[in-house]
Structure formats: structure tokens, C-alpha cells
Design a protein around this ligand. Sequence first.
Ligand code: PLP
Length: 400
Amino acid sequence: MSDFHQNNGALRPESRIVHPPLAEAVGSRPLGVPLHQGHLFAFETGDALVQAHDGPGGAFFYNRFGNPTVRSLEDAVADLEGGVGALAAASGMGAISTALLALLRTGDHVIAQRSLYGGTFALLADLAERRGIEVTHVGGDDPAEVEAALRPNTRLLHLETISNPTTRVTDLPGLIAVAKRAGVVSVVDNTFATPLLCRPIEHGADIVIHSATKYLGGHSDVLAGIAVFADPELHREVWRYSLELGATVDPFAAWLTLRGLQTLALRVRRHCDTALDLAGRLAAHPAVTAVHYPGLPGHPDHELARRLLPEGHGGVLAFDLAGGREAARAFTESVRLASLAPSLGGVHSLVLHPASTSHRQLSDEELAAVGIGVGMVRMSVGIEHPEDIWADVDQALAKA
Ligand code: PLP
């Protein structure tokens, strides 16, 4: 604070109320990360202001370029993911679109997984139609398929650690290795796994994305996203474009995400334990024909999941009901403790019927092609008591 602002007793009330003294902790420090909600910072010299424009780690001067609370979130998640830096955004889609638009130019080719979050799938389709960016979709388990899809103009490989709602686990090391050899940037959406279960940068990823709206925030009260970078040049390139796109996270949203992040380890442990327990009970229930959870030995990616996600397999599972579409709808409308709602990764248990909601645009044949049965229910397992969750699921199964 300048001397002028510290000794403002000579000013008139109208001026003093615009320039209140800033209280600073002396001899102590705040335990929580302070919320810097103001979007503007003042400088002592013009040179310092110019230098603040230099890069993502510069002095703070305007929130679109950086903010102390937001930087704390970026540093915390970069640290968890093993990256060199991060860029927070207003939502998961804000992070994905900023990264993709920053890196892709007309004429580039993208290889992306077939089973992607709907918003990402739509963004890629839009980039293909409007910007002349070619997209090839591949499965998540065959490096040879990625190898065969490579072209001289391939710029980016886009993957998701665990796919939604089928819970297939992607062979990150195998697929990323192909991209690396070809000089292709690999982007991994790690939302479902969290950095506590999987750190894609350890498997060679260049950028890791999270919808922080989900597990990182964890309480269904904040919309935010983040991209973590393995390389400082990529970080700077995407940061520069983010200034133009402006999908900047609000400091309060960053602060809420940071507060949620403090309990991530406890929550993730509980999500994983309860989901595994629930998956086993569902598999033994006569109304259920299949359970999709990588922690179950019968899951097609169980072996890969044991290697890639040794600490647990996440809090999302899906199951198919013998009664098909009608039974799935009846189930989702009969739960009492759990709620019928989209999204995932929060403390509350949520259920969803993908065929009539998130994937309703697909025909029954198209659903089958992406592994989604018409009687499939997706569940984001919350942190309520496991016996209460099971009692609720059990009574809803009786009505399905
Ligand atoms: N990535 C994944 C895997 C998601 O499930 C979602 C949202 O459901 C997103 C990205 C988009 O995140 P947001 O809703 O925060 O934009």
C-alpha cells in the first residue's frame, strides 16, 4: 500500500470511503486461502505494470490475466497432477475449449476417443464443421488404431481416463506413447479419476483437464475447470489465447473449489469404497443384468484399471436393468436418498438414465454401438452412509 493511501486522514470522507485502509495480518497468517475478489491491482511503477503482461506467472494486475486466489488453485492442482503450471477456467468446457482453440488451426487433424463427454464431442464436431479441423474417433484400448489414424497434419490426441457412462478405462500409457513418437500433443480429461487416482502426466500427457465442477469442487456449488500443463511453453501458449477467449474463472468459484479440494482425499476414498461395495451388491441382484465398474473382476478393463488406478476406481458406476428402458426410468424416479440429476462427483448420490437424458439424441442402435443399453442407469455414488445408499437402491430396484 502506498504512503498516500496509508495516511489518508487528510482526505475528505467521499475519498476515504473509496480508499479504505487494507488490513494486513502482522505476526500471524490466514490458514485458509484468502479470497481476492477484486479484479484490479495497482502498481507503483509503469515498468512493473508492463512486466505483468509477460506470462502466466507474472504480477497480478487484471483478473483475466491472473488473480492470487485463482493462482493458488492453479498451483494446487498443478502440484497434484505433477504439472509445471495450470490455467483455471469458468467451467470444464471453458478449460477444454480454451486449450483446443489455442492449439488447433484450420487444416489440423485431431484424434479423439469415441466415447467422450457430450460437450467435448459437440465442440469437436463444431470445429470440424466450422473451422476445417478434421477429427478421427478411435476406441480407448488399441494403440495400433491410434497409429493407423495418424496423419502428417495430426496435431492433438484427446482422451478421457474413464469414459462416461460405460466406465471403460483408457490405455493412457499405450495411446499417449503413439502420440509422443509422432510429436502429437496429448490432452487427457481426468475428471472422473481425479489426480489422486491417476496422474496422466506420469504417463506422458501434455495437458490434463478437469471439470472442477465435479470431484475437485465436490459439493455441487461451483462451476469451474482447469487445464494443467507438463510444459511451460504449452502453458504460455494456451494462457495467451485464454486472454482473448475470456473464459476466466471467478475468484469466488476458485476459492470454493480450493475449499472443496482440501477434503478431496477423504471424499475420493469414500466414493471409491462405497462404489466398489455397491457394485458387488448390484451384481448379485436379480433385477440387474450387468454392472459396469472397473473395480469388478469381470469388467473388460479390470487388469488395466489395477495398473492405471491402483488406489481406487472412482465413484461412478453404471448398471443394466432386466426390465429395460421402462425399468431404468422407474428406478431413477423411485430413489429417495439419491437424486435424479445430471453431473457427478459431489457429496450427494445421483442417478441418471443416459438413454433418455444425456444420450437421448442417439437411436437404440447407436446407443448399443457406444455400449449404452436402453436399461442402463448411471450412478454417481455420494459420501452418504453405504448402508443408507444400498437401502435406497434396493427399494428403488424393487419398483423397477
Ligand atoms: N469433462 C467431463 C468428463 C465431464 O463429465 C464434464 C461435465 O459433465 C465436462 C468435462 C464439462 O464440465 P463443466 O460442466 O464444468 O463445463
